[in-house]
Ligand binder design. Sequence first.
Ligand code: 16G
Ligand code: ZN
Length: 531
Amino acid sequence: MAQFEEVSVNSKLHPKPEGLIMQYGTAGFRSNAKHLDHIMFRMGLLATLRSKKTKFTIGVMVTASHNPEEDNGVKLIDPMGEMVAVEWEIYATQLANAEQDSLLHELKSIIEAEGIDLTEPAYVFVGRDTRPSSASLSQAVVDGVCSLGGKILDYGLVTTPQLHYMVCCCNTKSCYGSATLEGYYQKLSQAFLQLTHNVPNRTDDQKRLVVDGANGIGALKMKELEPFIRSELQVLLSNDGSQGKLNHLCGADYVKVQQKAPQGVTLVEGERCCSFDGDADRIVYYYTDSKGSFHLLDGDKIATLISTFLKELLTQAELNLQIAVVQTAYANGSSTRYLEDIMKVVVCCTKTGVKHLHHAAQKYDIGVYFEANGHGTVLFSKAAHKQILELVKDPNINDERKHAAKLLENTVNLINQTVGDAISDMMLIEAVLAIRGMSVQDWDSIYTDLPNRQLKVTVSDRRVIDTTDAERRAVTPGGLQDAIDALVKKYKSARAFVRPSGTEDVVRVYAEADSQESADCLAHEVSLAVH
Ligand code: 16G
Ligand code: ZN
């Protein structure tokens, strides 16, 4: 077939280095950018097949998120804006690792296994972050799509969540919004302004927020959003990409791991600051107190703030909808305890990785999910959304219920439900703080984090560690969990677990306890037990 000839000819322009093996992991493919040209071409091919199979538009995002600037990566986006189905992750790995002369064979075997009709049309959206390598790598994706006769819409520079949003808008025939950047800014900013503009007595201080753009795409997009929300939020943008290097000494990952302010941000007592990561799908907040101590408000604090706000609105609106918070093993024990015991919301724990949290959150009327690292969003079921919209229109309800219903409606519109979105999460957090009249310190004092420590351990083969119970218990090697249990017993309010990383060749160790010294000791002892 002519199509295969084109694939064959064009694939030689994107040759695979012999013997190079890569895996589509929790964050797609990720490595030094110089190893990725053939991967991008092949992901263009795979996205085209996925589009023919699903009869929907598929997204391909070129980014390596918080990795250093010289790295890059690629992720596929499924029709409703979610991560690509797990079975197709396996195809992605197979296709990526086929040597040059067996590429066609591998491609045909996927077509056969999935019963794909090659005469179906295919549509692929492509987006990229600001890395120097991203433009040529996204061109390789385009070449792959065109080789199989697919149609491309190249969005150029967008954040990861913006591309997820575009894919969802397109496939829901604009029910979710219009698939343009203008449409994205309009929808989110209108909801934000509706939520905030009637809030009384907001001072200029409360309307001001320092944003660390990680010298990446998030900074660029904040500049585009800023005119839309200027009347209600004054954004002081630092690490805007004009001088510093992407993710270098800045960004959400740096702040979370180092527990300190990024370069370029001078903390003023009590002033709210937030950091995005390199593709703007993660956000953390922080501030410094009167003693100069640094306080981090991570994904757990964000989930607590948002779920508390939603629960209050549901009560005021007299809507009987179940709200749940989805966390991972990394969630601070204090946050889980607060949510379960004080807030009385359902808390569910899943394996690390956005797709697991997203999937679990879909089971509830309202599913709030956040990883401690700042990636998360809120999902509203179709039925929940419908009930909220009906209540807004109901002429027979009192003003309090109507007000709460209206706030809920705008909250739904402000949230990017396809995936965690730093820009959308930021506006939601700002709106919640404004509506509830809370300072960043008030928010921080909802509960106090248990001191914790994370360590990495290098072992000869991390796959010997197998876990269960959402990665909180080790099944193999034999004896490891017993050893961890015995160590944990020595400390107060303690908890520890180990899990093989999905993105690095290391085993991760997490420990928390009633004091920093205890958490440090426990983490150290557990890491020795891993060896
Ligand atoms: C990936 C995941 C992130 C997770 C991290 C864990 C997505 C989009 N990203 O970056 O959610 O926290 O992996 O990494 O799912 P680890 O397995 O190395 O600890
Ligand atoms: Zn990211």
